[in-house]
Design a protein around this ligand. Structure first.
Ligand code: SAM
Length: 349
């Protein structure tokens, strides 16, 4: 990206010390302001990269040539001639923001500003926020491919009208299948942007959404802020394949189109069992076994081509669930092919 990947590594020099020794007084004052802004916007502690670059966060890159390494995500350098700003110009939002930024020049992968007096700091802050998000979520290749895929898909997820309609159909199948009283504490696992919970919200007392993708969690959180999801809805970073099971307990756990992305399904089902109080219900919607064409467009997809109903019934029994019932729920239409989705419900023993 910035062309600094090969050469520059974190040095361990304290950033405050570096800034305090910047010779040029205006550059030093600007560096102090930039440091405060970058820390606040990214939430990351700064690090010196090489002798003169201050970086916030890092990302891992891998080129097709096989070359790979780590680079700073966003940052700056108070150079003699001007301030260089890194990682702020590649995100889709950058072009419109740069038009409103004020006096600046574009360099190879970086942005030059003479002094902060020349620019609108609110626009600069927006460039920092969107740039940091872009580099750490879209460019960082150290995250598991499934997270990368869903982080990238989150922003436009709800733009496909069929998704809300499918969520509505699934919610209808769930409320028909289960004796909900309205007092249930709902956990939706792998909730994505929360479409299914939106459709279920009026049937339950509280909603908690969990997802391993940061992009999806942000989209869901935005819906809580806008009122599209009920006030008080919690959004959790949770991956039961690799993380611990939270202490909270629920009466209804819904997982829609998630399990086929999970490698170790029995482990996740054991986590579900712990999370549900005795007598509570589990509702799993997923693709019936298919020929692999459903994920043909997802590079590096390493999940399952649907899930066999018999296999799931066996896994649920082993995990401590009873009264498993599996029925047809709805179909996903992808480029003219209909993929049937089942709904499995079970009670926690
Ligand atoms: C196909 S989307 C379905 C989203 C939502 N449930 C729906 O039906 O609209 C799958 C979701 O599962 C999440 N996911 C995949 N693997 C996961 C895991 N191991 N733990 C938690 N969430 C996971 C993804 O980030 C993504 O948001």
């Amino acid at each position: 990206m910035s062309g600094h990947e090969n050469k520059t590594k974190p040095t361990g020099t304290p950033v405050d010390e570096f800034i305090a020794h910047v010779e040029h007084a205006v550059r030093r004052a600007d560096a102090e302001v930039l440091d405060e802004m970058f820390r606040r916007v990214t939430g990351a502690e700064p690090q010196m990269w090489g002798p003169t670059m201050v970086g916030y966060g890092a990302y891992h890159y891998e080129y097709a040539s096989g070359h790979s390494g780590d680079a700073l995500a966003v940052g700056f350098s108070p150079r003699k001639a001007s301030l260089s700003l890194y990682g702020l110009t590649m995100q889709p939002e950058a072009a419109a923001l740069l038009e409103r930024l004020g006096k600046h020049r574009m360099g190879k992968g970086c942005l030059y500003v003479n002094t902060l007096k020349d620019v609108d700091v609110e626009v600069l802050e927006e460039l920092m926020r969107t740039g940091y998000r872009y580099v750490t979520q879209q460019l960082d290749q150290s995250r598991p491919p499934v997270h990368q895929h869903f982080d990238a898909a989150a922003a436009t997820w709800d733009q496909e009208p069929r998704k809300a309609e499918e969520a509505r159909l699934l919610a209808q199948s769930i409320t028909t299948a289960l004796p909900l009283t309205g007092a249930e504490r709902l956990l939706e696992y792998g909730a994505g942007t929360g479409l299914v919970s939106q459709a279920l919200a009026s049937h339950v007392a509280s909603v908690t959404l969990a997802d391993s993708s940061e992009g999806m969690r942000r989209a869901a959180q935005e819906k809580v802020s806008s009122g599209a999801l009920p006030a008080g809805t919690r959004v959790w970073d949770l991956d039961l394949e690799s993380g611990a099971v939270p202490a909270d307990r629920f009466d209804l756990l819904v997982a829609s189109l998630v399990l086929h992305h999970v490698q170790d399904i029995p482990r996740v089902l054991a986590g579900f069992h712990t999370l549900i109080d005795a007598g509570g219900h589990l509702a799993i919607a997923d693709l019936d076994t298919e020929d692999g064409s459903f994920h043909a467009h997802v590079p590096g997809f390493n999940g399952h081509s649907g899930i066999s109903r018999d296999q799931l019934t066996e896994w649920l029994d082993t995990a401590g669930f009873e009264d498993t019932t599996i029925r047809d729920s709805f179909e996903i239409d992808k480029e003219g092919t209909a993929f049937p989705v089942f709904l499995a419900t079970a009670r926690r023993r």
